[in-house]
Design a protein around this ligand. Structure first.
Ligand code: ADP
Ligand code: MG
Length: 339
């Protein structure tokens, strides 16, 4: 069913979002610094970065809530600066903050949104039922949003974002502050929605969210894109395995191991070193232990693991941040104070 929305002419083959040299400042604060990227039609694309990285600013520009200061952006084939109404007709938005009217019921929220976008009555009602089913709020149709749990509110916001069958759904931190089970459920909806043909642009500061949900990720820090790739590409680029070593002389250990052909790189940590290897670490580890022992170096601790999104972030930004306040089971990145 079409709601009479024009489908934009895509200039780059297959790309539904095109951003070139985007910059944005709030007074003296440069929130977005020369960002360029494209999102392909049908993708789940994520901006992964710590608080203050500039994620919301980019999303607000792409959804026409902030005016472009410098650079260009196209969404669904429409220029964000010159054709903002066309852009707005092509997109759905789920904001970082909850934006539901507390005194409206689930059905009223969706109904109101449909009217706002001049959806015909029958189409509106059909869509409302479809979406209520999708986000499993059947039992809550006539419940005031003030009585919904945090997860239900988020699901309702997602449903609202989908009312007009947008080509692109923008989601700013879709699972911020939700418990682990609810987050996983939201991820499932996002995947479903994507499978039904909606391109998704999301921002997150949760590593696991970006990793598990995205076709491609851009890591963003201090308003700049640091690296872009598929999650497995980003992780594989660090090597097949990571070996963490603490020893009596980390510098000497580092010097010895650098000579091994299977060692891809070594990163120093506060108490030890991380050795990136491009072979199965299980079999390299005994060799490493012998080498160090023969070199008179005593190994105090050792750990073998696969590279995670966490490691990717540290590798490219040189910083490591764990959100102490994050829910169990999720690793998040948090910006430390700027030096
Ligand atoms: P993120 O969404 O990644 O947490 P934001 O895009 O919200 O980051 O913020 C990027 C930078 O811009 C931060 O330094 C933030 O403090 C600043 N900033 C964001 N919104 C405003 C605003 N309305 N006024 C002034 N500074 C802002
Ligand atoms: Mg934000």
């Amino acid at each position: 069913m079409s709601l009479g929305k024009g489908i934009g002419v895509l200039t780059l083959e297959g790309s539904i979002i095109e951003v070139n040299d985007l910059e944005y400042s709030f007074g003296d604060v440069k929130a977005v610094d020369n960002i360029s990227f494209t999102v392909q039609e049908g993708e789940i694309f994520s901006f992964l970065g710590p608080n203050g990285a500039g994620k919301s600013t980019v999303i607000n520009i792409l959804t026409t809530l902030l005016m472009i200061q410098k650079g260009t952006a196209k969404v669904a084939g429409y220029d964000v600066e010159k054709e903002p109404e066309k852009v707005r007709e092509s997109i759905g938005i789920v904001f970082q903050e909850l934006t539901l009217d507390r005194d409206m019921t689930v059905r009223e929220i969706l109904e109101y949104h449909g009217r706002l976008y001049s959806m015909p009555k029958t189409a509106r009602q059909e869509r409302i039922e479809e979406l209520i089913k999708l986000v499993e709020l059947e039992g809550k149709r006539d419940t005031l949003t003030r009585h919904l749990s945090g997860g239900m509110k988020r699901r309702l916001e997602i449903a609202r974002g989908l009312m007009t069958r947008p080509k692109v759904l923008f989601m700013d931190e879709p699972t911020l502050g939700l418990d682990p089970q609810t987050r996983i459920r939201i991820w499932e909806y996002v995947k479903d929605i994507n499978q039904q043909g909606t391109t998704i642009f999301l921002t997150t500061h949760y590593m696991d969210e970006a990793d598990q949900l995205s076709d491609r990720i851009s890591i963003i820090d201090h308003g700049e894109i640091i690296v872009t790739g598929k999650p497995w590409e980003l992780k594989n680029a660090l090597g097949q395995d990571l070996i963490y070593l603490e020893s009596s002389d980390n510098a000497a250990a580092s010097g010895l191991l650098k000579g091994l052909s299977s060692v891809k790189g070594i990163r120093e940590k506060s108490k030890g070193i991380v050795v990136m290897v491009n072979v199965d670490g299980t079999y390299l580890l005994p060799e490493i232990m012998d080498l160090l022992r023969n070199g008179g170096i005593r190994v105090k601790a050792v750990n073998l693991k696969k590279p995670s999104m966490d490691d990717v972030f540290v590798h490219y930004t040189g910083r490591e941040f764990r959100d102490e306040g994050a829910e169990k089971g999720s690793v998040a990145i948090v910006r430390a104070g700027r030096r």
